[in-house]
Design a binder for this molecule. Structure first.
Ligand code: DP6
Length: 376
């Protein structure tokens, strides 16, 4: 049971949200020998961060993200009917090459979902996957990667059981994606998705992401995200380890409470269009996420010197130009710059001229808010 108090209310977000039985698939109505589905699903960038979870992939606080557009994974799964096996059998190709090192994570994912998708034991699966962003760019691909697999699976389920509603399909795809990687639950739809039960977000759940259900101010239409590739190397500490370090973290309970309160504030900001308030809340969330890393036992630092250089330059630029440009960070050294469409030309000029020297090989990626998964 999770209790929040805000404005002296006590909210009980107990069991109704945790009804997983709805996701156990019915036995198939159709017979399908062979099928193939291709989906392209995006990455996302959290404004209020998910950091800390319990089993099975239940977040300690609610989070919200912008769904991205250009950073995506494209995945095809070929299904071939076979005798039912004890565990899922699949081949995995990444950018055309068989990738043994990615298999354990996907095998674990299939194990977690087989009770909801028994058909994964009844088909041989061949998975082909590729990312739009450069390999080893330090951009987390688990959100786009796992959500693309989830969409291919749900397409098979919809073919086996015609009549599933689009709403159920999206919900279950997000539910499955979450079991692969928490943030992947926020990559099925767009432009803003909330994951985690929150008393002020109608329909929100710990089990799946839901589109932000209120009217968003036009200031946030087509919001921009430029990703500065400050460090393209592999992270020394994975997100999974980082989440686990929140278990006995001295500040954990306050952080989870703060994140839920910050989401309440963010919900107001998204509706009012208050860009100044948006900037300070987004940057505070990013720095708090990294403060949790600095104060974990063992402690660790994922920012690099150039991450801090960029942050200083952004603050200076904002002051000199009365701009609404701000930064956020995920669990790495790269910097996401968020800015309204109306500031696109001057900010892009600033990135090219002033910030690109702080990026590895001067590389950065222009992206913007997108609509979610697309069938190809
Ligand atoms: C810092 O979703 O990568 O990006 O559930 O263990 O796969 P797992 O973790 P993951 O964690 C993402 C953490 C974050 C913040 C966020 O996206 O909300």
């Amino acid at each position: 049971m999770k209790l929040f108090s805000r404005n002296s209310f006590i909210f009980d977000t107990n069991t109704t949200h945790l009804n997983t039985a709805q996701f156990i698939s019915e036995s198939s109505l159709e017979k399908i020998e062979k099928a193939s589905f291709t989906w392209q699903t995006p990455s996302n960038i959290a404004l209020i961060k998910y950091w800390g979870k319990s089993n099975p992939q239940i977040p300690k606080n609610a989070s919200i993200s912008f769904t991205l557009n250009n950073c995506h994974t494209k995945t095809t799964i070929d299904f071939l009917k076979k005798e039912k096996s004890m565990e899922a059998e699949f081949k995995l190709f990444f950018e055309g090459k068989e990738k043994a090192e990615f298999k354990p994570k996907i095998a674990e994912f299939f194990k977690r979902i087989q009770q909801y998708c028994p058909y994964v034991l009844e088909y041989d699966m061949t998975i082909h996957s590729e990312n739009s962003f450069p390999h080893s760019s330090g951009i987390a691909s688990s959100a786009s990667g796992l959500s693309a697999i989830a969409m291919c699976l749900i397409s098979l389920e919809a073919a086996l059981n015609p009549g599933l509603t689009q709403e159920f399909i999206n919900k279950k795809a997000s539910f499955l994606a979450r079991l692969g990687s928490g943030s992947a639950s926020r990559s099925i739809e767009g432009p803003l998705v909330v994951w985690g039960a929150h008393p002020e977000i109608e329909g929100s759940s710990d089990l799946f992401g839901v589109p932000f259900p209120y009217k968003v101010h036009p200031n946030f239409n087509n919001y921009k995200d430029a990703i500065l590739l400050v460090d393209k190397g592999e992270k020394q500490v994975s997100s999974t380890i980082g989440h686990n370090l929140m278990i006995d973290h001295a500040y954990a309970e306050n952080r989870f409470k703060q994140a839920n309160e910050n989401l309440s504030q963010m919900a107001d900001i998204l509706q009012s269009g208050d860009l100044k308030a948006f900037v300070s809340l987004v940057e505070s969330e990013a720095l708090t996420l990294h403060a949790m890393m600095l104060t974990s036992i063992p402690y660790f630092i994922l920012m690099k010197p150039n991450t801090l250089e960029v942050i200083q330059k952004v603050w200076q630029y904002r002051q000199e130009n009365n701009s609404n440009l701000c930064f956020t960070l995920d669990a790495g050294a790269n910097v996401h710059l968020l800015y309204p469409e109306s500031e696109e030309a001057p900010v892009n000029h600033f990135i090219e001229n002033t910030l690109s020297p702080f990026c590895e090989k001067k590389q950065y990626i222009y992206d913007h808010v997108g609509a979610g998964a697309k069938q190809v």
